[in-house]
Design a protein around this ligand. Structure first.
Ligand code: IYR
Length: 253
């Protein structure tokens, strides 16, 4: 019977997560209900100023490119601290902050990560990904070999926590943990761009369990993104791509 249950259809992810226990004794919000609401008064900016800021920030972000070839030059620790702190300012479902950023600079661990990802990618490219998928990647010149995983000075592994445990022992659901973690990753990429560094937004397929074990992350966490971060290699190139114009991505109603 147990075997049947395991081979049956995968349990659909629920829109309304079940924390499994509605014991009235434990029905307390994870954040105290009497948390005070305090004034928030950022200085008002004129239309001229917000116009200028919006242009400047667009110009900065439009220069961001995914880079696959890094200089090995180390990054000051405080820069890594600050970009991760910035990611941690992202909004999250019920302020659950469902993320862990594992920043790896240790050459041996980087090498071990590279080994795992390259082994899986070899299978991904030859067996797991469809031929159309592999074909669609041709303009990006990606391949199973990932020298950047040992060459980039830092690897930031973004883990999503689906839930956590409260101090009273109750399971705390992390509502909207996928989109919350994705927003935090966006903040991280923006911070990387703002300070003049580059990253590669990589999503290692099928490497979650092995990387989680390697980095001793708990079962409630799942690897969502692996970002090599650093300065671009002086010879790096990027594909000459355009972005969709505003008219194609925005509807004004
Ligand atoms: N994860 C593989 C394949 C890959 C997939 C997509 I979608 C990309 O935009 C780029 C690469 C790799 O890293 O090579």
């Amino acid at each position: 019977e147990e075997k049947l249950a395991r081979t049956g259809p995968k349990k659909k992810e629920r829109e309304f997560p079940d924390d499994g226990d509605d014991d009235p004794e434990l029905l307390l919000p994870a954040i105290p209900e009497d948390t005070p609401h305090i004034p928030y008064r950022p200085p008002r900016k004129s239309d001229e100023e917000i116009l200028q800021k919006s242009r400047e920030y667009y110009e900065l972000m439009a220069k961001r490119r995914t880079v696959r070839c890094f200089s090995a030059e180390p990054i000051p620790q405080e820069v890594l601290d600050n970009i991760v702190k910035t990611a941690g300012t992202a909004p999250s479902g019920a302020h659950t902050e469902p993320w862990t950023f594992v920043v790896v600079q240790d050459p041996q661990i980087k090498e071990a990560i590279r080994e795992i990802v390259e082994q899986e990618e070899e299978l991904n490219y030859t067996q797991r990904m469809s031929r159309q998928w592999v074909t669609d990647l041709k303009p990006f010149a990606t391949k199973p070999s990932k020298p950047y995983l040992s060459e980039a000075p830092a690897l930031v592994l973004v883990f999503r926590q689906a839930y956590s445990w409260r101090s009273d022992g109750k399971k705390r659901m992390h509502y909207y943990s996928e989109i919350s973690t994705a927003i935090a990753a966006g903040f991280l990429l923006a911070a990387i761009q703002y300070c003049g560094l580059v990253a590669l937004t990589s999503t290692p397929l099928n490497a979650n369990a092995r990387l989680r074990d390697l980095l001793s992350r708990p079962a409630n966490e799942r690897l969502e993104l692996l970002l090599p971060v650093g300065r671009p290699h002086k010879e790096t190139t990027v594909p000459d791509l355009d972005r969709k114009p505003l008219e194609e991505i925005m509807l004004k109603i």
